[in-house]
Design a protein around this ligand. Sequence first.
Ligand code: CTP
Length: 402
Amino acid sequence: MTSLADKEILLGVCGGIAAYKACDWTRALRREGAAVTVVMTEAATRFVAPLTFAALSGRRVCTSMFAAEEAEQIPHISLARQADAVLIAPATAQTIARLAHGLADDLLSTLVLATTAKVVICPAMNSQMYRHPATQANLAKLREYGYTVVEPACGTMACGEEGPGRLVEWEEAHQALLAALSRQDLAGLEVLVTAGPTWEPLDPARLLTNRATGRMGYAVAAAARQRGAKVTLISGPSELAAPWGVEVVRITTAMEMHREVMARAKKMAVIVKAAAVADFRPKITASSKTKKEKAALTLALAANPDILKELGAMKKKAPRFPLLVGFAAESENLSAEAQRKLRDKNLDLIVANDITATDAGFAATTNRVILIDRNGNEQELPLLSKEETAHRLWDAALALPH
Ligand code: CTP
């Protein structure tokens, strides 16, 4: 799932200082196309006026069990029924305790008891309160109930303390919500994704690299996590934030990527190599900056290992080897070159990418690719967001018998 378009989201806001951040989240949800009904606890109304959420959501805000304008509509039941997902942010220690114990003494806790929708909880509180065994036990209970708990971020809190307890950034909650609403067709599978460029240093100041930003690989990792996979992302230098729920291993050079991929390859179900690995590295890396008067005008290079080709060769000898998905970055003969790489590297699927188009390839937020599988099936995808392209990649990978 790539967006929340047409989803009914019930946003539960509790009484913590981070309640003001839920105002922005309301706008973010609506930008994603979701319809938002805000339910506030009594304490939350002390921090932010319901009027603010009413204006941002475009709907009446619900604050009490007994404030129904139409008495025949029992608010907690109708709200519980209409929701696709309940997102609670910030979730305070008090509300977490209420939900863990099945209490129904305010509107929010009552409708969570009454709903069959997915529930995503984003705790935010003082670090000591968060670490307290009572809170941790309550959160464990909520996970047992099948709710998603989005761990708070670490940092300086409003109370001046440092530690876990800050409300996560919207993008993490967004990913958790997409995951809660997505089909879990990668559940139980462990996948490895590589992303970004590699940096091949000449000296402490200079390096060889390419134009990759990591966007496509990060989208592939996030999509797999949403669909239930356990995901490891081996990333070259990239400014992108780690996708929610994904283990990120940061590397710099192709040799480091090679080492990290090989250490994990065998236990994976699928490996997707979206990284733009530098094919060559400087033969010598100087330990101090080379002065231009002393620099040679030709650069001696050494070949980097072709990680994917090595994996493909291992797959020939091991029948139960992971499914291998590669990318082909091409500026001409897109389909023919991709087919050649698919055969040469013994892949199951290849994503052919025209890197000369401005709306596809490096740095763009969109992509236009051709998916070619080992049976010769070619699927030309239209211009899509990288997130949507990532989901189509997983659809194609899952369609291959394994
Ligand atoms: N790849 C790799 N290790 C390398 C080079 C590439 O694992 N040293 C992987 C990439 O991650 C990608 C695929 O191989 O999935 C194809 O990469 P690409 O750069 O398109 O092709 P190359 O094999 O490097 O060939 P060329 O540069 O000649 O097009």
